[in-house]
Design a protein around this ligand. Structure first.
Ligand SMILES: Cc1ncc(C[n+]2csc(CCOP(=O)(O)OP(=O)(O)O)c2C)c(N)n1
Ligand code: SF4
Ligand SMILES: [Mg+2]
Length: 319
């Protein structure tokens, strides 16, 4: 298990860090993604290079000729954030060997949205993990291709209405299950995988620091509510990030070396999952599921969540 510096875990220290994203960044009001990025910033150690795939976070924070980023940042294409980050990590190694890189520690990070990670950048991510470069990949998961008008992705939840998974008399929104990406990534046997939520700030920062200190590639799956696409109250995004954990939609856990599953405190402390309806009723994108026609479909989603939760508990050695 990677050791985490105590200093990174004190709230005082977290708050004293200069935010890596400045205000006035032009993300929508209530968007959780800037909070996700600011929490990531609290875990950083030294000079940092972020390689970011296109998506809401990339587009809205770097509208030419401005940037909201206070650290080194590279825009890359939609499909190759992990490939660019591997190049950066190896370039640093090569320069260090020649004595031309003076920093002892440099944090190399790739960021992608769920579309850019679960789907289109997946090949590039898998390749970088297999090659074993030293970098952290973070996906901010808002459940759809939000920047281009809310299209369904591999991360979209069953029952979720998007512009390519319609809800109405014939269809209940997306019918398929969500791709289990953290487990697919963990199957590459990389040193560290963790899921995080912006509600649980210390858990988030601690895990990100562990990811940075891992001896090889690491992966962070951050949940990131999107009031625009989810048709939710802009003041409720962080509450939704908490409910996603409590309902089992986004349980918090770590996977070490692809084999050792560890349930994190906020999930471990749950006596049982909260009913899915509590999460669904706060979002317009699930409104149709409360019609009698989709009652059975909704029951099935709830049951799948309970089954997945029991399976995860088993993997974590919890009875
Ligand atoms: C190869 C390619 N296809 C399509 C696009 C158009 N595009 C830009 S952002 C985006 C959506 C990104 O979705 P996601 O990765 O989930 O990030 P989000 O916008 O939801 O934050 C798309 C489809 C593109 N830039 N490049
Ligand atoms: S569309 Fe969603 S993800 Fe994009 S900036 Fe707005 S709230 Fe954030
Ligand atoms: Mg998205």
């Amino acid at each position: 298990m990677v050791e985490v510096e105590k200093a990174a875990l004190s709230i005082k220290d977290m708050l004293q860090k200069k935010p890596i994203l400045s205000s006035g960044h032009r993300m929508c009001a209530g968007c959780a993604a800037p909070t996700v990025v600011k929490l990531m910033g609290m875990a950083l150690r030294g000079p940092t290079i972020v390689c970011e795939a296109t998506g809401c976070l990339e587009v809205a924070t770097t509208i030419y000729p401005y940037t909201a980023w206070n650290i080194n940042w590279i825009h890359v294409a939609f499909e190759n954030a992990a490939a660019v980050a591997s190049g950066v990590a190896e370039a640093i190694n090569a320069l260090r060997e020649k004595g031309q890189w003076k920093h002892e520690i440099t944090d190399v990070i790739a960021i992608g949205g769920d579309g850019g990670t679960f789907d289109i950048g997946f090949g590039s991510l898998s390749g970088a993990l297999e090659r074993g470069h030293k970098f952290v990949y973070m996906v901010y998961d808002n459940g759809a291709y939000q920047n281009t008008g809310i299209q369904r992705s591999g991360a979209t939840l069953p029952g979720q209405e998007t512009t390519t998974s319609w809800a109405g008399k014939v269809e209940p929104g997306k019918r398929e299950r969500k791709k289990p990406l953290p487990e697919i990534v963990a199957a590459h046997r990389i040193p560290y995988v963790a899921t995080v939520s912006p509600y649980y700030t210390r858990d988030f920062v601690t895990k990100f620091r562990k990811a940075l200190e891992a001896d090889g590639p690491a992966f962070i799956h951050a949940y990131s509510p999107c009031p625009r696409g989810w048709r939710s109250d802009t003041a409720k995004s962080i509450e939704l990030a908490k409910l996603a954990v409590e309902t089992g939609i986004h349980p918090l856990y770590e996977v070490i070396d692809g084999t050792e599953y560890i349930m994190s405190g906020p999930s471990k402390r749950l006596k049982e999952l909260k009913p899915l309806d509590e999460y669904l009723k706060m979002q317009g994108q699930f409104k149709h599921l409360f019609k009698p026609q989709w009652e059975e479909f909704k029951k099935k989603i709830q049951q799948d969540l309970i089954d997945d939760w029991e399976l995860l508990k088993k993997k974590c050695g919890i009875e």
